[in-house]
Write a protein that binds this ligand. Sequence first.
Ligand SMILES: Nc1ncnc2c1ncn2[C@@H]1O[C@H](COP(=O)(O)OP(=O)(O)OP(=O)(O)O)[C@@H](O)[C@H]1O
Ligand SMILES: [Mg+2]
Length: 404
Amino acid sequence: MKTLMIIGAAEEHCIGIRTAQRLGYQVFAIDGNSEAVGLSVADASAVVSTYDAEMALNAAREHVKAGGCVDGVMTLASDVPFTVAYIAEHLGLPGIGITSAKLASEKMLMKDRFLEHDVPMPAYQEVFGADDLAAFVEKHGMPVVVKPVDSRGARGVQLIRSSEELPGSYEVAREYSPTWRVMVEAYLPGPQLSTEGFMIDGIAHIPSIFDRNYERLEMYAPFIVEDGGEMPSIYSDDFREEVNQVMQQAALALGIKTGVIKGDLVIHEGRVKVIELAARLSGGFFGTLAAPVSNGVDLVAANINIALGIQLTEADLKPSHQRGSAIRFAFPPVGMIKGIHGLDGVKADPACRYAHVFAKPGEYIAPITNHPARPAVVVAEGGTVAEAVGHAQRLISAIEWEMK
Ligand SMILES: Nc1ncnc2c1ncn2[C@@H]1O[C@H](COP(=O)(O)OP(=O)(O)OP(=O)(O)O)[C@@H](O)[C@H]1O
Ligand SMILES: [Mg+2]
């Protein structure tokens, strides 16, 4: 029996752990949080930071020394492509390679590669203070997006519309960068898409395209906080070809010929632009749950096959049906949680495909400025996208937050 190592063992990783087990594999999971639920779902586990590639490799070696094996390595939802690639390269397992993983996790390196390969994207620049930001604005105009070079989950990502906000935005972004590095981009207005797919032998296959929901943009300004999304995208018919072509170009620019590719895209002035390519499936239950609800393509199983070196075929990525699916998150008021009610009713609802509350009574809800801070999620299904969105909105509102 083959063993798959999964980097991360939180709620969303459990979908990967259980899928691998259902496909007949043993799972060895690691997570830095000893309370992570997946550690006891996996067949074997270790408590190790998912961001520490060397320690994670040591954990894999210890697992093998103790009589286990590691035949493939992957993650889901976590932005740890470097750890995955590092282990794969050192143990001789399938992977995208350390170089591509670095390019995929450091936004300046990524954009420099995109520029060299003519990938359509916003103007960008690394900045070392408010003066650099002002100079960029002088050249490219407002609005701009100020963000850390190497963070994730939209931490410290800010949409800036006025010069007075520039110095503060620099400091905030800097705080969220593990290396204190900040960059700026021209803000590209337009519909935002999230895409899930794979490179197979140099060709992009993108079976799942979501419309991301940014209706809370003003409420949480300047932070860019997404409230879920829905699939199929209303743009999928018109833009599928262009999405495929642009994602393929972006993946090849990073040297990814076979592997998972997730796109953060914007349709700006009628053309697809790349904000970012991640070498993993989305977080936020897009790739793991909502995409298969909508079109039947099991992206997690496909990811597992790639990690184990099993050739994917077009049939693995062919939609079997088309339904609406929608994700929405909870945005409770700021304060201490006294009680959370209504979750059982939400879960029992026929339209509910998944619901989970991450927060607990006694926890303090701060203003929500990034994605990991959203304390509950629902995934709903409907005959159409509009129906699914209606269900998701109804279900997320049915979770009651009693605050102190
Ligand atoms: N230049 C831009 N123009 C338009 N939207 C942008 C721009 N930069 C970022 N965004 C929006 O903000 C989101 C978060 O930005 P980004 O992906 O750079 O940060 P992140 O920390 O990697 O977030 P995540 O982990 O959610 O991808 C993007 O997915 C996109 O929706
Ligand atoms: Mg991103």
